[in-house]
Design a protein. Structure first.
Length: 59
């Protein structure tokens, strides 16, 4: 199945809306490492200090 121009545009837009997180307590800045997601609480957790207070960074 070939991608149409609309499919390619949607894929490009979804890549442009990446969200990274920055920890408010230990200054962890996201980078390549992803956050841990707690499904019970529905929150992202810092992989460095396990803090739940993260700030969203849109790239």
């Amino acid at each position: 199945m070939r991608l149409t121009n609309i499919d390619a545009l949607k894929a490009q837009q979804s890549q442009n809306k990446r969200i990274l997180y920055k920890c408010t307590s230990c200054s962890w800045d996201g980078g390549i490492v992803e956050t841990f997601y707690d499904e019970i609480l529905g929150l992202h957790r810092c992989p460095n200090c396990s803090n739940y207070e993260l700030e969203k960074i849109f790239i």
